[in-house]
Ligand binder design. Structure first.
Ligand code: PMP
Length: 406
């Protein structure tokens, strides 16, 4: 079936919006993607038709709400290829998933344990490990560097492992460089040294189908809002053998079996890690986002985005003074760039006046900015609904604002 871009665009109400009387050209998909009507309708229905707290009541509404949430869990399990729903933990997003692992799994690390990260990590995959380090000063963090193309130095990665290495944690896809890391190979190597791996999949899952069993990762974290789903929810996949050994991350309702002042026992997986009332409305609506991706076809979305990426980059390279950060052969549809001495913030402000919404700044990757010797970039990123015409308008807008700012 052909890629029917108009049919896809028609599913996204926000794409009809104007910015300063100009058609919206939304190129900030790495930060969050837009939401199809089907997902919004499911959220509305969650509030209007079935709202009741989950896992708590015998009444009809509570049972319906619980069923929606648990059906969502079954769907996610199948979507990511997990072996059991017990391995699917609902979180607030990638950030919470990584914090959970760093805090809980991290508490089991041996003395003088070493964690391997990479220089291209989002702060969400740096700071939680540093927080662990602040409680456990014996723990060391080691960092893999990149080459000029923005690819990880794999020989350096391998050389960082030693008898103290107890964790490796890295992104599947960089939110700045777009680099798609060879995670399967990296996981295989870590496992050959007996080291578990967490993958930050925030930027991968919107653009590719993942299979956690095939990857054999120990943990995989991602966010719904970057893959056409509701905000405020995410998923942490964890291998059951690890989750069983890990202490709870937070305490409260839902995560207990029995509570007394003499001691408390915890609920079974996955509920041991889901303290308090979850965003059950968002969780219940999440399968509609998976439906959207499956109906269009994740492979087709990726192909479409790759075409836009190549088309846009070719045109951008013709612009004098253009510097694109991240030129890996295997790259996702993210373009971080600077032109001459123009400040990224000024460029973003003027592009906005022309209806073009791009990201500016350090993209929550300050160590990477430091490595690149810059304070930030402008970042354009594509999703299923972006068009060649939008790329043309973006390039025209760039050509208009550059002379003003130079
Ligand atoms: N990791 C990466 C690579 C990201 O791009 C992001 C979001 N920008 C995050 C983690 C954090 O995701 P969230 O804010 O949804 O928790």
């Amino acid at each position: 079936m052909a890629y029917d871009i108009e049919e896809i665009r028609a599913k996204f109400p926000i794409l009809l919006r104007k910015i300063d009387k100009k058609p919206l050209i939304y190129l900030d998909n790495t930060a969050t993607s837009q939401t199809p009507r089907s997902v919004v309708d499911a959220v509305v229905s969650g509030y209007c038709d079935t709202k009741a707290n989950v896992h708590r009541g015998v009444h009809t509404l509570s049972q319906e709400a619980t069923e929606l949430q648990e059906e969502s869990r079954r769907r996610v399990k199948d979507y990511i290829g997990a072996s059991s729903v017990k391995e699917v933990i609902f979180t607030r997003g990638t950030t919470e998933g990584i914090n959970l692992v760093a805090s809980s799994f991290g508490s089991l690390f041996p003395e003088n344990g070493e964690i391997i990260l990479t220089v291209m990590e989002h702060h969400a995959n740096i700071v939680p490990w540093q927080l662990l380090q602040s409680r456990r000063p014996d723990i060391k963090i080691k960092v893999v560097d990149i080459n000029d193309q923005g690819e990880l130095l794999l020989s350096q990665y391998r050389s960082l492992f030693n008898d103290h290495t107890c964790m490796a944690s890295f992104c599947h896809v960089s939110n700045v460089l777009g680099t798609v890391n060879p995670v399967k190979e990296m996981i295989e190597y870590a496992h050959s040294k007996g080291v578990p791996v967490l993958i930050d999949g925030a930027q991968a899952v919107p653009h590719m189908r993942i299979d956690v069993n095939d990857l054999d990762c120990d943990f995989y974290a991602f966010s719904s809002h970057k893959m056409y789903g509701p905000t405020g929810i995410g998923v942490l996949y964890g291998k059951r053998e690890h989750l069983l050994r890990m202490p709870p991350y937070q305490g409260g309702g839902e995560m207990i079996a029995h509570v007394s002042f003499d001691g408390t026992t915890f609920a079974d997986l996955p509920f041991k890690f889901e303290a308090g009332t979850p965003d059950f409305v968002g969780i219940g609506a999440f399968p509609k986002a998976l439906d959207f991706m499956e109906e269009v076809g994740v492979g087709k979305i990726a192909e479409h985005e790759q075409e836009l990426l190549e088309y846009a980059e070719a045109k951008m390279r013709e612009i004098p003074g253009m510097r694109i950060f991240g030129n890996a052969p295997h790259k996702s549809a993210v373009i971080s760039f600077l032109v001459g001495d123009i400040h990224h913030y000024d460029m973003g402000m003027l592009l906005d006046k022309l209806g073009v919404e791009v990201r500016t700044g350090h993209h929550c990757a300050q160590p990477l900015m430091h490595r690149l010797g810059i304070s930030g970039t402008v970042r354009a990123s594509f999703a299923a609904y972006n068009t060649r015409e939008e790329v043309d308008a973006f390039i025209e807008a760039l050509k208009r604002v550059i002379p003003i700012l130079s």
